[in-house]
Design a protein around this ligand. Structure first.
Ligand code: NAP
Length: 438
């Protein structure tokens, strides 16, 4: 029997500690499945004294992650410290350059330095596996990288941030405000003290950058992504969406268009009947539209120690089996530069909520401005400000007007709404949410 794969783990926090436990628990199954077994031989973290509720007997403590990465008795470095710079970057580079394999859950690092690290892996023969970086336990990296090797991809989109989906779910189900739900998410540990990275869409963008590269054979390019968060979404948008047959989700979408690969993160109205609309709470989901096959939707836990460790250990098992796949599914040298499809040319339906001044002729003025931009209206709802029956005839009081457009271009919507604002027939800024059809 081949000697077990010798693993060094850098980072023993939520994920790292769970990886140590899972490898111990699955020792026999891993040996049977990989034909050689997996053994944790060395670990590192910031504090040696911290009680982590894991059995480290027989496992060496190394003081520094880069030393661990270069340790001659370690075959595979498992990086679970996080952070876009050192020591994670230096440790991974050290391991790869000495021909070792690396497993990481670090989406920020892969989104920023993935190409540089993949080049090092390819040059020195090691694996660079990062399944847990996107959707934790959901095997979406492997699905795109290996499962769909023979299939062209048209679009990949998903709910990639549990915090945002939890907030939007609570807002919809309980009619609460964004701020109230965010506070609850923080209390329950679903959101950080500084939630901006999640709620402003940047966490989703990092994951989308990785998925887009795997799906389209393009270079990872987080800066090519249009990003908009969920903080402007109001309970009335979710109520109106529900009445019109939609739900609002923060989606990351990457799709092939005639103008290049469109990559965008924003609140999105999805038909209630779609698979992605059924995904509630902290759960994540990814839908892949492959050429000639119906959509594939993968759903599962996108965070948490156990869920993330599940993907990390599967990646380690692949290393033990000797599986070597180019980190982004094809050699880095063959990845194409990402052409950023301009968002102004984005084509799709739009939800628009306006606070219209209740004057005679207001509705006609709005309709005229939309028609000037060749925007066709699929439905229009005008209601009394209290959300009850039809609009009152009280002169001047703002009245919510909700429009759903047929497919049009983003710049046409901007021009029409600017004209409506200049006409002074509405108060405040219009709310605009893009619609994604399945
Ligand atoms: P965490 O709980 O904060 O743990 C980080 C660990 O790294 C700790 O053990 C810490 O040591 C150690 N560490 C940090 N800086 C270090 C340094 N300079 N030198 C040595 N050790 C250092 O983080 P986590 O939640 O486990 O996340 C780890 C990685 O997994 C991140 O890249 C994260 O994005 C990714 N991830 C996490 C989840 C999740 O649900 N948690 C899901 C998907 C992906 P001490 O314990 O001594 O402080």
């Amino acid at each position: 029997m081949v000697a077990p794969l010798r693993v060094g783990i850098a980072g023993l926090g939520t994920v790292g500690a769970e990886v140590v436990r899972l490898i111990a628990r699955q020792e026999r199954a891993l040996a049977e499945r990989t034909g050689r077994g997996v053994r944790v031989v060395a670990v590192t973290a910031r504090s040696r004294a911290k009680n982590r509720d894991i059995d480290l007997s027989g496992i060496r403590w190394v003081d520094d992650p880069v030393t661990l990465a270069g340790d001659p008795e370690v075959d595979c470095l498992v990086e679970l410290m996080g952070g876009v710079g050192d020591p994670a970057l230096a440790a991974i580079e050290t391991a790869l350059k000495s021909g070792k394999s690396v497993v990481t859950a670090n989406k920020a690092l892969i989104a920023k330095h993935g190409l540089r690290l993949a080049r090092a892996a390819e040059a020195h023969g090691g694996a660079l596996n990062f399944e847990a970086a996107v959707g934790a336990a959901i095997p979406v990296v492997k699905t795109l990288r290996e499962g769909l090797t023979g299939t062209g991809i048209d679009r990949v989109y998903g709910i990639l941030n549990g915090t945002c989906n939890y907030i939007l779910t609570r807002m919809e189900q309980e009619g609460l405000s964004f701020a109230e739900c965010l506070k609850d998410a923080q209390r329950l540990g679903y959101a950080e003290a500084d939630p901006s990275f999640d709620v402003d869409g940047h966490d989703t963008a990092q994951k989308l950058a990785i998925l887009a590269s795997l799906a389209f054979g393009t270079e990872v390019a987080e800066n090519a992504i249009y990003v908009e968060g969920i903080s402007s979404i109001a309970p009335e948008d979710l109520r109106a969406a529900a009445e019109l047959g939609y739900r609002v989700k923060l989606l990351g979408v990457a799709m092939r268009t005639a103008k290049g690969i469109e990559q965008r993160v924003h609140p999105t109205m999805v038909p209630k009947s779609s698979s992605i609309a059924q995904v509630m709470g902290v759960t994540n989901a990814v839908t892949i539209d492959g050429e000639g096959i119906p959509p594939i939707t993968l759903v599962g836990p996108g965070a948490g120690g156990a869920a993330t460790a599940s993907a990390v250990v599967a990646d380690i098992a692949d290393v033990a089996r000797g599986v070597r796949v180019a980190p982004f599914g094809r050699p880095v040298e063959t990845l194409r530069a990402t052409e950023k499809a301009p968002m102004e040319r984005h084509e799709g339906g739009y939800y628009i909520r306006l606070m219209a001044r209740d004057h005679v002729g207001t509705a006609a003025a709005i309709a005229t401005r939309l028609a000037e931009q060749k925007i066709s209206i699929e439905s229009i709802v005008q209601r009394h400000p209290d959300g009850g029956g039809p609009a009152s005839s009280g002169e001047g009081a703002p009245v919510p007007v909700i429009l759903i457009t047929y497919a049009t271009h983003e710049d046409a919507v901007h021009r029409a709404l600017q004209a409506v604002q200049d006409d002074k027939v509405i108060s405040g800024r219009p709310q605009v949410i893009r619609i994604e059809k399945n």
